[in-house]
Design a binder for this molecule. Structure first.
Ligand code: FAD
Length: 395
């Protein structure tokens, strides 16, 4: 079998020449498909629990939403809903992972304060401004409210986080990473087989499908659940005076000068000195290849205007490091789908995390590891996330 480094740049589609992880046949052999945050967290916790894991990714680790997300984390913003205990567990797991993996150095984990602001493009910058606002927020901002503190909100750099986790899983727990596109999965006789583009097959005792929005293009999944992708845009800016930017995440209600519905973009300064800006979502078909996802120029133009309106530090004098787009994986009921697929023993799915996949990655991975290895999850009750809810509806 040809195994690639977790961060391949070229030669992306390799042929798998043999079956899987033969190093320790007594271990449970698990194939995880999808190298986004959900697949990587699953591979990490499975391997930590003693499984022999092969992680298969079609492009590169964190090439899609998991590399281009904001990385904002909240303890209690999902309270009162289906995601409450998943989110709380995951927020705390992020904190302990950061300690374990030397987070600040490794992937920009930090607690931060979070503000909600109203911004109207056409207004005078000083109108409605309160003294308590950090100096760098010098645009026409009003109605500020603190909606998160360093106890309840935090952030990671999602690409660095996902890559650090895979690197650790490879180095410390023996996870094998294979670059190749899985065409199909077959189950039967207590075994699973992943068939990879180019002819290779990888066998295991169980398989976890963590394909994000590409779940809709994978027949085995699309025949059971409906996961669709929502395209969203982001910018990464590098302000000239990095030290002027404080650790405040901003959630905006943004009114454009020409009127229309207010938009809700978000701005996250990062400990690296970069500032991440996101918003502008739309329904579009997802291309087969993650590398083919292109941002819409109009959406990028609007995000640049948002950034420059909120802060002169984020206007023309800042350097644009990335203009990008990616797809959120969404389910029909806005609840992730995490569990064994009914009627397919040993075949599990974990997707549909919508706008909270970075937050909920660790608890999803830890719960999935328990489910696959022990038969049930103790860390989070997965009943609400079961794929059976969709299967039942179709009957
Ligand atoms: C603009 C934006 C901002 C966001 N901000 C935040 C945030 O601040 N906080 C937060 O918690 N969440 C945020 N999210 C949501 C988060 O990014 C997603 O929920 C999460 O990344 C989904 O992870 P995933 O692993 O399910 O999917 P993906 O990251 O899409 O990964 C799926 C992977 O599977 C691979 N794959 C698919 N099919 C195959 C196949 N057949 N064979 C092999 N590999 C395959 C793909 O190449 C891809 O790498 C944001 C999302 C967007 C779009």
């Amino acid at each position: 079998m040809i195994l690639k480094s977790p961060f391949p740049a070229a030669n992306r589609f390799v042929t798998i020449q043999a079956t899987m992880n033969k190093t320790n046949p007594s271990k449970k052999q698990v194939v995880v498909i999808g190298g986004g945050v959900i697949g990587v967290c699953t591979a990490y916790f499975l391997s930590k629990k003693g499984a022999a894991v092969t992680l298969i990714e079609q492009s590169s680790i964190a090439c899609a939403a998991s590399g281009k997300a904001g990385g904002f984390l909240a303890l209690d913003w999902c309270d009162g809903g289906a995601l409450s205990s998943l989110a709380r567990t995951s927020f705390n797991l992020h904190r302990s992972l950061a300690q374990e993996l030397n987070g600040k150095e490794a992937y920009g984990y930090r607690p931060l304060n979070t503000l909600s602001l109203s911004v109207t493009e056409s207004e005078n910058p000083s109108r409605g401004r309160k003294q308590t606002l950090p100096d760098w927020i010098d645009g026409p901002v009003k109605s500020q409210r603190t909606i998160g503190t360093t106890e309840t909100t935090a952030q990671v750099h999602p690409q660095l986080f996902t890559r650090k986790l895979v690197e650790t899983a490879v180095a410390e727990y023996g996870v094998k990473v294979v670059i190749g596109k899985v065409k199909s999965v077959e189950t039967g006789g207590g075994k699973v087989t992943a068939v990879v583009d180019g002819g290779g097959v990888i066998d295991g005792d169980a398989v976890v499908l963590a394909l994000g929005p590409w779940s809709s293009k994978f027949t085995l999944l699309s025949s059971v659940i409906n996961v669709h992708g929502v395209k969203a845009h982001s910018l990464v800016l590098e302000p000239r005076d990095k030290d002027a930017i404080s650790a405040h995440a901003l959630f905006l209600s943004y009114q454009q000068a020409h009127g229309g519905q207010p938009m809700d973009p978000e701005i996250y300064p990062r400990p690296t000195g970069e500032v991440y800006v996101c918003g502008m979502s739309s329904q579009e078909d997802i291309p087969d290849d993650p590398e083919q996802i292109e941002p819409n120029p109009d959406s990028i133009r609007v995000l640049k205007r948002v950034a420059g309106t909120v802060s002169s530090h984020l206007g023309e004098q800042s350097q644009v490091k990335a203009e990008q787009a990616c797809f959120l994986p969404c389910t029909d009921d806005n609840v992730p789908v995490i569990g064994e697929i009914p009627g397919m023993k040993g075949c599990y799915v974990a997707t549909g995390h919508s706008c909270w996949g970075i937050l909920n990655g660790p608890a999803t991975g830890a719960a999935m590891a328990e489910l696959v290895m022990d038969g049930c999850s103790a860390i989070v009750d997965l009943t609400r996330f079961s794929p059976a809810r969709f299967v039942k509806r179709r009957r």
